[in-house]
Design a protein around this ligand. Sequence first.
Ligand code: 13P
Ligand code: SF4
Length: 370
Amino acid sequence: MLFQPPLPAKYDDYSRDELVDRIRRCKADLGGRLVILGHHYQDDDVIQFADFTGDSLKLSQIAAEQRQAEFVVFCGVHFMAESADILTANGVKVVLPDLSAGCSMADMAEIEQLEEAWDALVDMAGSTVIPITYVNSTAAIKAFCGRHGGACCTSGNAKRVLEWALSQGEKVLFLPDQHLGRNTAYAMGYSLDEMVVYDPKRRDGGLAADRIREARFYLWNGHCSVHQLFTPEDADEIRRLDDGYSIMVHPECSWGVVQKADCVGSTEGIIKTVSESAPGSKWAIGTEIHLVNRLANEHRDKVVRSLARVQCLCTTMYRIDMKHLLCSLEALVAGRIVNQILVDPETSRYAQIALDRMLSHAAPQPAPAD
Ligand code: 13P
Ligand code: SF4
């Protein structure tokens, strides 16, 4: 995680109304030079200022389309801002309002671990391995995949990317989220026996040589600490409470949870499904709480609640607040760039290959998939 220096004290002194007012004035001052992107897990306080909202896939595509703006202020987490820096035209500066807004899942795959894993797996696999990384990973991991014939994916296109990968080679190393890998491969008809979990903290991933030879999918031992909080028992509890609820979960949830759900969808898929459902529909949703609360507010003619009783909150996304947003915007107005996210050209070049493969081979898939 990067270090975010404390903000100047004046930002703590502003009232809520002053913060809103000042952010609006900065946006007006910067005009077309500025684009603010907001991930759906951001708080409404921040989302109200976003020019575009989206999930990781949609925001990557929007970032890639930015040709006029000078500054992209990314209200999301570090790996998303890195992707935006890679995908935007040269000269577009990407700013992350709070540098400590990282992702614990992305932190679970380090490039040195991947290099070691690759050597072991390629040696023992007995056939071609294609590395696929969820975009929730560092630029260095994406670059590795680009350099080794692989690609990125998001929750919105993982199936399409895996289909592509299996047309390029016989086996897939999927990182860093074992759950997205397992849920997607299982939904494509592969059995759990064809998947093994590679633990980067153990020698040879903790796998015997024959398991490495037999398996088709090597799933990295990583997960999302937010989506991992949902349990199969939460689904049982909802059914006990009221069997009128449909349960819909994000594919970062564990396989056991996905099996209990009525449908599984990426972030955009969840939004679309709730929006298009009939008035009176009842939804228990397994994803980040800000999105669930927003859906509940926007669809008062339906019942929308979290699948879990505990608060499933992405605490790092939550670090981006109005104070940090204002501080980065005021700096831009004053002609200073703070918290710029810059990926070095060599990493950027190969990471772009992996991202471009994702964007060209894999349009978003319709959701939800049963
Ligand atoms: P998507 O935006 O791809 O749905 O991923 C959810 C998430 O966890 C973002 O970090
Ligand atoms: Fe990372 Fe999970 Fe937060 Fe997404 S929700 S940024 S995967 S910790």
